[in-house]
Design a protein around this ligand. Structure first.
Ligand code: WTA
Length: 653
């Protein structure tokens, strides 16, 4: 990501014009002031929007930072807040989920039907020995059963651990072992770009290496014959036998609702642990402020439920608000590059929440495709997951929203639980949008941009984005690793949360998100760690050492570039290159497919043995190597890498 300095920013404004539509304003300012005057009281007010079995005694216990306890003493249940609260109201028979797949098949579940299945499945889990506090792995595609499974876990106090269904058997096994789960919930398979991916087979491959697994529950979606092992049970069979009401557990506000593994700067993915009361309070509030949910909305979030956006804004937030959501199992471009627009027209979508990667892909296919659909139902357009370039923002605004829909560029992370920086269309009045800016932190969030020493930087200067005060949606800790939680997020700048992102604010105070400042990549919006990928390469028999970097990419945002040193008895070849690509797809998943692989004899390392990634990045992006290289162990490594890059560039493509 290039760094827009103040001049660049003014050019962006000039090019696109300051687009003015109704956005957050007076009410927003008022709420922000209220939040900053008495933060705890403010969040206490927000928590009152949830249903509690028992009120909390204290809004925040921050006696032992950075371990925050929100709404201490309060008791609640997530499934009650998403379902039970609606079934005696007019929402009972409203569609909760409209699901469609890439073949155009659809299914609708009303709030009552969802409630019914969640109760039944919660009882089924109990029958299979799952208790409050147990972890349950969910390895399902984006189908209604994934929501049923998550809410059923929350009903009985089990902590769900959703593993993205595009991850490999190894990635699944690593996560299930770390979470020490007794059960995996999966399906016979999922269709992706017309191909049937046999998920159950991947689970079968993983299970022998997960000693804690007692059962695998399988959703049957096709008439294909699949092998069922002794520990396997069918979803429909266990549901059929289960009682139709399950008493919800009265859980502490700090009860762990879920673990979601995400990539960081070390080789092993981190288990981000979220609470119940704080997390739900934060989602309820941010969803209302940002999306301004209306009772007539059809909310279409295109994320996979395996990522945090799916957890927060496809499961918990819309259901708590009684909104109808559209759930799509498929890719944006298959069978034609028109899927999102066709879905908007067919279902009358009012709010679309998607990624810059998907928009860049659609932009490439031109305006005639979206223009051939009736998109007039749309009232709000959102993006998430990566920085949005101003030209993509402008295309979204003009071609999709016909200049009638505000754009909300929402910045947040798996760790933050919910949206942290975004325009708040639910808090009315008039603030100009700026293409490519997330605008401001939401009420109650105290964000700042600081230099290496933790001092605030001047407007227009790039710095590290930090959050200065705890907020209810924040992660409680990293699963089984309190120390890493402390070190990763709260040590870099003492006492404040370090996001790992670069940002700047302009003279109007708008925030501009500028990508990661650490070794985390965002490839097509998916979060991957460079060290995680390096470990995956080194696990192949031919690789002695690996260094990963990325290059900006027009379509995916970033692509993966690998520099590898082979073991002495291996020679580089196209066949080996292909074998390594397959290896990465099998050990991590297809999302980690490298764009380019270079075989080299040396890597640029410091005298203390650390790879100087900055240099790799400069070479891989065709830039001059600048800055201090005095700590480099062997200067010739730069030349060698550059040679390898130049020589093999063509062959690689
Ligand atoms: C990036 C996704 C720019 C950022 C919800 C962050 C963004 C990482 C934006 C978290 C945005 C997310 N503009 N960058 N609007 N939203 N990011 O955990 O680098 O998958 O740290 O959560 O995505 O990715 P994660």
């Amino acid at each position: 990501m290039s760094e827009p300095d103040s001049d660049e920013l003014s050019k962006i404004y000039k090019d696109s014009g300051r687009i003015r539509v109704t956005l957050a304003g007076k009410k927003f300012e008022k709420i922000k002031i209220k939040a900053s005057e008495d933060r705890e009281q403010f969040w206490g007010e927000q928590a009152k929007n949830l249903i509690w079995f028992k009120d909390w005694e204290r809004v925040l216990d921050w006696k032992n930072p950075p371990f925050a306890k929100w709404f201490v003493g309060g008791k609640l249940n997530a499934s009650v807040n998403c379902l039970d609260k609606h079934i005696d109201s007019g929402i009972k028979n409203k569609a909760a989920i409209i699901w469609e797949n890439e073949n155009g098949e659809t299914k609708t579940l009303t709030y009552f039907q969802l409630y019914h299945f969640v109760n039944k499945f919660a009882n089924a889990l109990k029958t299979l020995g799952i208790k409050s506090g147990d972890r349950v792995i969910i390895y399902l595609p984006t189908i209604p059963e994934i929501v049923i499974a998550m809410l059923a876990c929350s009903r009985i106090g089990a902590t769900h651990v959703v593993v993205f269904s595009g991850f490999s058997a190894k990635a699944l096994s690593d996560r299930a072992r770390d979470a020490d789960s007794k059960i995996i919930i999966t399906a016979d398979g999922t269709f992706r770009r017309g191909k049937f991916i046999e998920l159950k087979k991947i689970v079968d491959e993983a299970v022998p290496s997960i000693p804690s697994i007692e059962h695998v529950i399988v959703v049957k979606r096709t008439s294909n014959d699949i092998r069922m092992n002794d520990i396997d049970v069918w979803w429909h069979k266990v549901i059929e036998r289960a009682e139709s009401f399950c008493e919800p557990e009265m859980l502490d506000s700090t009860h762990p609702l879920y673990i979601l593994y995400t990539s960081g700067t070390t080789g092993k993915p981190k288990g981000v642990l979220h609470s119940t009361g704080g997390y739900l309070t934060y989602l309820y509030a941010t969803a209302k402020w940002v999306f301004d949910y209306k009772s007539t909305d059809i909310f279409f979030c295109t994320a996979d439920i395996g990522w945090v956006t799916g957890h927060s804004y496809m499961v918990y937030a819309p259901l708590m608000h009684g909104v109808t959501e559209l759930m799509y199992e498929g890719t944006p471009e298959y069978p034609q590059p028109d899927r999102y627009w066709a879905l908007v027209e067919k279902h009358g979508v009012t709010v679309l929440y998607t990624t810059p990667t998907a928009l860049r892909m659609y932009m490439k296919f031109g305006n005639s495709i979206p223009s051939s659909f009736d998109l007039s139902s749309l009232r709000l357009l959102g993006t998430v997951g990566e920085p949005i370039n101003p030209d993509v923002w402008t295309w979204y605004f003009k071609t999709i929203g016909k200049e009638n829909c505000p754009i909300i560029d929402t910045w947040w992370q798996t760790e933050t639980g919910g949206i942290m920086i975004s325009a708040c269309t639910g808090l009315d009045s008039d603030i100009p949008m700026k293409p490519g800016s997330g605008t401001f932190p939401v009420p109650g969030i105290d964000a700042s941009i600081v230099n290496e020493n933790g001092e605030p930087v001047a407007p227009g200067k790039k710095g590290y984005l930090v959050i200065k005060k705890p907020w209810p949606g924040m992660l409680m800790t990293l699963w089984k690793d309190d120390l890493k939680y402390q070190n990763t997020y709260w040590e870099r700048f003492s006492g404040v949360y370090y996001s790992g992102d670069y940002a700047l604010s302009d003279t109007d105070g708008y925030f501009w998100l500028l990508g990661r400042s650490d070794d985390v990549l965002k490839v097509a919006g998916h979060r991957l760690g460079t060290m995680e990928l390096e470990s995956a390469f080194v696990s192949h028999k031919s690789v002695a050492e690996a260094a990963i970097t990325s290059r900006p990419d027009e379509k995916k945002g970033e692509t993966i570039i690998a520099y590898l040193i082979l073991r002495t008895d291996y020679l580089e070849s196209d066949q080996l290159r292909q074998e390594l690509i397959d290896h990465i797809r099998n050990t991590v998943g297809p999302i980690a497919t490298p764009e380019e692989i270079y075989f080299v004899n040396k890597l640029p390392k410091t005298r203390s043995g650390k790879i100087m990634r900055r240099l790799l990045k400069s070479i891989s992006t065709g830039e001059e190597v600048t800055g201090d290289i005095t700590t480099l162990e062997d200067n010739s490594s730069i030349e060698e890498i550059r040679q390898a890059y130049d020589n093999t560039h063509k062959a690689n493509r």
